[in-house]
Design a binder for this molecule. Structure first.
Ligand SMILES: [Fe+2]
Length: 214
């Protein structure tokens, strides 16, 4: 099943793919395996893409037994261009408008509408200005697996020992096409963490409701 997603239009052409034994890719695209650890990996030619791992793919036939997000026009434009970033800011709501949470009041993040696919996977694109940290948090309000998929520019997910920026203890660098993978522990609990852009960046936040499944 291939479902075209318009939530990031007119900027990004995304597709949600589920149980497709032959999914052809010609142009350069970005794929993120959304399947759980217990499900079969995505097969790209002779290599396997494991749960919550991403790859940039060109000219290949993919076998997608579980679920995947594909960004079809990956790399086709850059947010270094101020006009593109301006258009995104005019199209998407600021994080503050979106959430009305005090912690987000002055965060220069702009979120696309949210898409929900496969019944329990929510996602939205986000534009972040350069060197802009989000708020440090550990709770999400809902029980989900959270992954950041970098699309344009660079950033990192930062891990802290406490809610204080001075307790930084780990960083997961993100360049276009990479995803941060699991940061939760065996009980599903998160460390204190935040996304922090390096350059102006666009990333996708994926929230896969756990719904009792791994
Ligand atoms: Fe988070």
């Amino acid at each position: 099943m291939i479902q075209k997603l318009d939530f990031a239009e007119p900027f990004f052409q995304a597709e949600y793919v589920e149980a497709e034994p032959a999914y052809p890719v010609r142009e350069r695209c970005l794929i993120l395996n959304l399947a759980g650890r217990s499900e079969s990996p995505v097969r790209i030619g002779t290599f396997l893409l494991e749960s919550f791992c991403s790859a940039v793919v060109t000219g290949a036939n993919l076998e997608i037994p579980g679920q995947a997000l594909v960004i079809r026009n990956f790399g086709s434009f850059s947010v270094e261009d101020g006009r593109t970033a301006k258009r995104m800011k005019q199209t998407w709501k600021s994080l503050w408008e979106y959430s009305r949470q005090e912690r987000n009041r002055n965060v220069p993040y702009y979120k696309s509408p949210r898409a929900v696919v496969g019944g329990r996977i929510g996602m939205n694109f986000c534009l972040a200005e350069a060197d802009a940290p989000s708020a440090i948090h550990r709770e999400h309000g809902e029980d989900f697996d959270e992954i950041h998929l970098q699309v344009c520019g660079t950033g990192r997910v930062q891990i802290f020992q406490d809610s204080d920026p001075g307790t930084l203890c780990g960083e997961l660098p993100l360049c276009p096409g990479t995803a941060n993978g699991r940061i939760w522990d065996e009980r599903g609990e998160y460390p204190w963490h935040r996304y922090h852009s390096c350059s102006r960046s666009v990333f996708v936040v994926i929230e896969k409701n756990r719904g009792g499944k791994a």
